[in-house]
Design a protein around this ligand. Structure first.
Ligand SMILES: Cc1ncc(COP(=O)(O)O)c(C=O)c1O
Length: 391
């Protein structure tokens, strides 16, 4: 049986959310029709309109993350781009960085590259097998030459939520800057950069913020002067040979994704209306329902924190005797259900969870997932597990 023509049941929201609210598509179409000139590079009406689109996006994001000045948010292509802006912009030869053993490759690889090139020193603080991080261990890892703590807000493999507020306090007390990777939390967990002591916040537009791919950004505390990752045209101070000091131009060389940011702004406005709290509550209820259903299937092992604990909407699991890639392939082909399998860009996370040999199947419901879709996934895994011999 092949169900490729069947409507998709989309459970891969941790990678990119889908579907998007209709307002996102409408805003992008409107921008493309009416305002897709080059922002900041001309004084004509349409260029001014394009600049306005960017500012609207910045304003909505500033409201969501409680950033005082929207110009402290620089747009980026995705979380990875924003993390690279932060790490390359802040760290220098000989610095020490504290990070964790559940980080995504988007944190780990730039740090490892800087280790090779700059002689950076990195400490990976271990979590338990469920991805829980003890803030005391972070504090103990700080040395006199530590300049940064780089931390994912929520694990993309396990759904575990890191105690960012507590670590922000530790960072402040020790005069160390805190970079938070909000790839799995922006739009669903409360984020208040001042209250949580966050100096830099890297976020995607295409995940929980419900915008299109090719969007994201970095909040940079006003007191932090990062070296720009890219140098080039900004439409401002064109006579100067160096990158302008004024924000956000300093960190936004080249023509931005204006149409994408129009969509992102609409996504963020939708979230502000619904509130992250309500979105998280709904997603958590769906996640718990999914966990209950999967846990009851013989041979299925769930990863990450227990059902009663807070987590983001990520359910990674193994089915006894079956390869995660085959389970994912058959869920797609036979049941029209999209999940992700294998190694989730976090070899360290797999090591912590004890799944280096196997990888895992990851199902990630979203705000628009229905209870009947959750029931379909549980039923499909039950069928595939029952037919284990045939896998
Ligand atoms: C925790 C985490 N960090 C970083 C990333 C990279 O995000 P992006 O694809 O927006 O660069 C992801 C993507 O899944 C992620 O889950």
């Amino acid at each position: 049986m092949d169900t490729m023509d069947k409507a998709i049941i989309y459970m891969d929201n941790a990678a990119t959310t889908w579907p998007k609210p209709p307002q996102v598509m409408e805003a992008m179409e409107r921008c493309m029709r009416e305002a897709a000139a080059n922002p900041g590079r001309g004084g004509h009406r349409m260029a001014v309109q394009a600049s306005r689109v960017l500012f609207e996006g910045r304003k909505a994001l500033a409201k969501l993350f409680r950033v005082g000045n929207p110009n402290d948010i620089a747009f980026a292509l995705n979380t990875t781009h924003a993390l690279n802006m932060a790490l390359a912009g802040w760290l220098r030869a000989g610095d020490h960085v504290v990070t964790t053993s559940v980080e995504h490759n988007s944190v780990r690889r730039p740090l490892e590259a800087m280790k090779r090139k700059l002689g950076l020193n990195v400490t990976y603080v271990g979590t338990d097998a469920q991805g829980r991080l003890d803030p005391r261990k972070v504090r103990e890892a700080i040395r006199p030459e530590t300049r940064l703590i780089a931390l994912g807000h929520s694990s993309n493999l396990l759904g575990t939520i890191a105690p960012v507020g507590e670590i922000g306090e530790i960072a402040r007390k020790h005069g160390v800057k805190l970079l938070v990777d909000a790839a799995q939390s922006a739009g669903v967990l409360d984020l208040d950069v001042e209250a949580m002591g966050i100096d830099m916040l890297a976020f995607p537009g295409h995940k929980g913020l419900l915008g299109p791919q090719g969007t994201g950004g970095l909040y940079i505390h006003p007191d932090l002067d990062l070296e720009p990752l890219m140098h080039g045209g900004t439409g401002s101070k064109s006579e100067a040979p160096e990158q302008p000091a004024v924000r956000p131009d300093r960190y936004e060389a080249g023509t931005p994704n204006t149409v994408g940011i129009a969509g992102l702004a609409a996504g963020v406005k939708f979230i502000l209306e619904q509130t992250p709290r309500r979105i998280h509550e709904r997603e958590l209820a769906l996640t718990r329902r999914l966990m209950e259903g999967l846990e009851a299937i013989p041979g299925v092992k769930l990863l990450g924190p227990g059902i009663a604990e807070e987590r983001t909407a990520i359910v990674s699991f193994l089915t006894e005797g079956a390869d995660p890639s085959e389970i994912a392939f058959r869920l797609d082909r036979e049941f029209g259900i999209a999940v992700r399998a294998g190694y989730h860009c976090t070899p360290l996370g797999h090591e912590s969870a004890g799944t280096t040999e196997t990888g895992a199947v990851r199902a990630s419901p979203g705000y628009f997932t229905t209870e009947s879709e959750i029931a379909s996934l549980i039923e499909a895994v039950r069928e595939l597990s029952g037919a284990r011999g045939k896998i």
